[in-house]
Design a protein around this ligand. Structure first.
Ligand code: NAG
Length: 268
């Protein structure tokens, strides 16, 4: 078939819209923070964009000192864009709420839930996360709702091999109304041997698997092992092998525009 210029332009537009996160327009210039910004209480940043002025040149988990925002227990952050030049994104020390937080180009992972408490992630999205979007190391429930992910490994993984991993479990994850484009790994990964559960509903898109159970380990005991069981995967979509395609969207091509290296690290 021979394409006209007009057809090619339309095709290119369709492909690029399938691959790009629809981040709201930035208000003002990108702000490069000299240190991680501590958030307490409830903070609305009005769609301004922040990073650390530090290119993503390491796949290692470099800790909260390199985060853009660190939320104190009980804090809420809303309407903000996390820019490309940062090693770490948003860290939650305990209970936290992230509303319409957008990640332009994730480095190691976008959101790390570190302490004991529940995290609510509602609205917003993340793209170009070679590894995970949400890394859950603490104990509690992470809810991810009305969220879009484009070109990522996993949307959520409970820590495979953290220090005192079993003592910091179980972890629970609830995902509702997720749009996932071009994911290369599991939508959700949990440690079923530590009592983790996943509840998945209302979601669409392309992922390698929907809910993957692992045998988690404590640090120093090797890597977590992929299992074939799905008995801790609940919700209307927990047992699906694949999600339905999102309405009107072609399966997103897996073309990756970022130059970051692939990573296989999990947080210790
Ligand atoms: C988050 O936790 C770390 C480690 O306990 C602590 O040093 C830091 O001050 C906390 N940050 C906030 C914003 O609560």
């Amino acid at each position: 078939m021979k394409f006209t210029q007009v057809q090619l332009a339309a095709l290119a537009a369709a492909l690029s819209s399938a691959q790009t996160l629809n981040i709201p327009s930035r208000v003002g210039d990108v702000v490069a923070l000299p240190s991680a910004s501590a958030i307490t209480g409830s903070v609305d940043l009005g769609n301004r964009e922040f990073d650390r002025g530090q290119p993503c040149n390491s796949d290692a988990d470099t800790g909260s000192a390199n985060a853009v925002f660190v939320l104190a227990d009980g804090a809420s952050l809303s309407n903000v864009i996390i820019g490309a030049n940062a090693l770490e994104g948003v860290h939650c020390n305990g209970t936290c709420t992230l509303t319409n937080v957008w990640f332009r180009d994730v480095c190691e992972d976008a959101i790390s839930v570190l302490g004991t408490g529940d995290a609510l992630i509602v609205g917003g999205g993340a793209q170009e996360a070679k590894d995970k979007v949400v890394q859950h190391n603490g104990r509690g429930t992470v809810t991810i709702r009305d969220y879009t992910v484009v070109n990522a490994g996993k949307l959520y993984r409970s820590c495979g091999d953290c220090t005192n991993n079993e003592a910091k479990s179980p972890r629970k994850v609830i995902v509702e109304n997720i749009k996932a484009f071009g994911m290369t790994s599991d939508l959700i990964g949990i440690n079923s041997n530590f009592g983790d559960t996943a509840t998945i509903s209302g979601s669409c898109g392309t992922t390698k698997s929907v809910c993957r159970q692992y045998k988690g380990v404590n640090k120093g005991n090797g890597d977590s092992e992929k299992l074939t069981t799905t008995d801790k995967c609940f919700g209307a979509q927990g047992q699906l092998a694949k999600l339905p395609l999102c309405d009107g969207a072609a399966p997103a091509p897996t073309k990756v525009t970022s130059t970051k290296k692939a990573t296989t690290t999990t947080k210790k």
